[in-house]
Design a protein around this ligand. Structure first.
Ligand SMILES: *[C@@H]1O[C@H](CO)[C@@H](O)[C@H](O)[C@H]1NC(C)=O
Ligand SMILES: *[C@@H]1O[C@H](CO)[C@@H](O)[C@H](O)[C@H]1NC(C)=O
Length: 503
């Protein structure tokens, strides 16, 4: 007992207090500005006694992870929504972003102290504590050129010229290692390839309408294994592998995005005969094999994909991207989950500013932050085990992208001032990533209360987390009853992201 008191006293004494957001308003709403000597941090999550809960609030008015300790009430509203810990759903894997070349290029623009602030903002315990990140195998549309690891002018079927590229060493590996260190090795990764070497593709080009030549179906998997070997040699191991980024891109070849086209009823043969057997008998047999990695609107293709029983037996999960989600509800995930309950759902890419009629970067846009917050909670309410953003940093015009496919990012680097800006999207992800740690389990709580979206999770350390998103322009009250604790009655500020945690 004495030890516990001493330990608690020590913990309280060592609690850092958060550094304030240095707010600046641009065309939309406010961003938090970080430079070499100043960057906002988040109050650490410290256990409070039973009977109390901690709430963190970010809102349009300017609060950023504002911490407040409140008491459970013994009596409350009879309409309170009840958390049922005995009804459990998916187990969470993580939240994060992608180590694209553009991300590393923008990290590199900053001086050392400012860059340190940026990386800490995403990965440290005074930041968002990202837990799951995507690593492209080779280049993407957010590179300064299109490339693979085997860009020979002839079919190098022995893969003698397979090499990681300058981009891996300058933009990805150093930052992945730094992020691993900041998370004490807990950060996990999954890999996705955009394009194969042009000579492996039917159209002999890295973009455009081309798929994999039949004779290279096995070589393409051996290429993945070589990638994992090369990253392992650098000290980086992976949790998962997707079957390839957006195979539908080949059919929208006017986008100019590098890709390997697949039709699902052809891809499943490749998975069954090559990808599955090779990965499962390799040093990387533990990898989660994740299919689709494409838009939610194309999810009906999953039926074709999983119609091959062998392919189905090799696949662990289904990855979805958020573009065009406005046309299809997240309930599609639940429909598919009911048919294939042993395949997890995961969100592997999202960004705003992707529509041709909308400009790339909206500095300070609360609306874009809210779209992130709403999309994340809707997916979590429908079986998603994780939500991974796209570029972690872009410049003020939303690049670089060699095909000028500029978009927005939660962190925008200003090359002219050497500062970076944390947008509302950054805080939106943090309301989940920082609190819903790996192996948390979603527990039953109705999705919506007075137009506030809600979801609840039991963490492996015994804490419970509730996220509540208020998109209304007005204060909105929520009433929640935890049968083990009592009532939470809380007035949420207008346009706010709220996370509640208790032990
Ligand atoms: C960083 O921002 C703070 C707060 O506005 C300011 O006082 C400081 O001078 C800035 N530091 C640099 C290196 O620009
Ligand atoms: C952002 O990156 C793109 C591509 O490198 C470049 O053309 C553009 O000038 C950059 N924007 C700024 C503000 O530096």
């Amino acid at each position: 007992m004495l030890l516990k008191v001493l330990l608690l006293a020590f913990l309280v004494a060592t609690v850092r207090s958060a550094t304030e957001c240095m707010s600046r308003t641009f065309d939309y709403e406010a961003v938090c500005v970080c430079n070499a000597t100043h960057c906002d941090t988040i109050d650490p999550i410290v256990e409070v006694p039973q009977g109390q809960y901690v709430s963190y609030t970010s809102n349009l008015e300017g609060l950023r992870f504002e911490r407040e300790v409140e008491n459970f009430l013994t009596t409350g509203n009879s309409n309170a929504h009840v958390i049922d810990h005995s009804v459990t759903y998916q187990t969470i894997v993580g939240f994060g972003g992608a180590f694209t070349d553009a991300t590393g290029i923008n990290f590199n623009i900053l001086d050392e102290q400012t860059r340190e602030h940026l990386i800490r903002s995403y990965f440290s315990d005074e930041g968002l504590e990202y837990s799951l990140c995507r690593v492209p195998i080779g280049g993407t549309d957010f590179s300064t050129r299109s490339y693979s690891y085997l860009d020979t002018s002839y079919p190098d079927i022995e893969m003698e010229n397979f090499r990681l590229q300058a981009e891996d060493y300058s933009y990805k590996i150093p930052y992945i290692l730094q992020a691993l260190e900041l998370t004490n090795g807990k950060l996990q990764f999954f890999a996705s390839a955009w394009t194969a070497p042009a000579w492996m593709k039917t159209n002999e080009a890295q973009d455009g309408d081309g798929d994999l030549k039949r004779e290279y179906w096995q070589l393409w998997v051996d290429y993945f294994v070589k990638f994992f070997d090369s990253y392992k040699a650098e000290g980086i191991e992976f949790w998962g592998l997707t079957t390839g980024n957006e195979p539908s891109l080949a059919f929208f070849s006017w986008t100019g995005i590098n890709s390997v086209g697949w039709l699902p009823w052809i891809q499943n043969k490749w998975i069954a005969r090559h990808l599955g057997p090779t990965i499962r008998s390799s040093d990387y047999s533990h990898l989660k094999l994740i299919s689709h990695d494409d838009q939610r609107i194309l999810l009906p293709f999953v039926f074709n994909l999983l119609s091959d029983e062998t392919a189905k037996s090799y696949l662990d999960g289904i990855a979805v991207h958020w573009y065009w989600n406005d046309f299809v509800p997240a309930s599609w995930h639940s429909n598919i989950h009911d048919l294939y309950p042993d395949k997890f759902f995961i969100n592997t890419e999202a960004c705003k500013g992707d529509r041709p009629w909308d400009s790339a970067v909206h500095l300070g846009s609360w609306d874009r932050g809210e779209q992130y917050a709403v999309d994340i909670i809707e997916n979590l309410q429908h079986w998603s085990v994780g939500w991974v953003d796209w570029n972690m940093a872009l410049n003020t015009t939303g690049g670089p992208s060699y095909i000028s496919n500029e978009v927005d990012s939660p962190i925008i680097v200003n090359p002219e001032t050497g500062e970076f800006y944390k947008q509302p999207m950054f805080y939106a992800i943090g309301h989940y990533s920082k609190f819903i740690i790996r192996d948390s389990v979603r527990v039953d709580l109705p999705f919506k209360q007075n137009n506030v979206l809600t979801a609840a999770f039991d963490r492996p350390d015994g804490a419970t987390v509730i996220v509540a998103i208020n998109s209304e322009d007005s204060e909105t009250e929520i009433n929640i009853r935890d049968p083990n604790r009592g009532y939470i009655s809380k007035v949420l500020t207008p346009k706010s992201f709220n996370t509640i945690i208790y032990w």
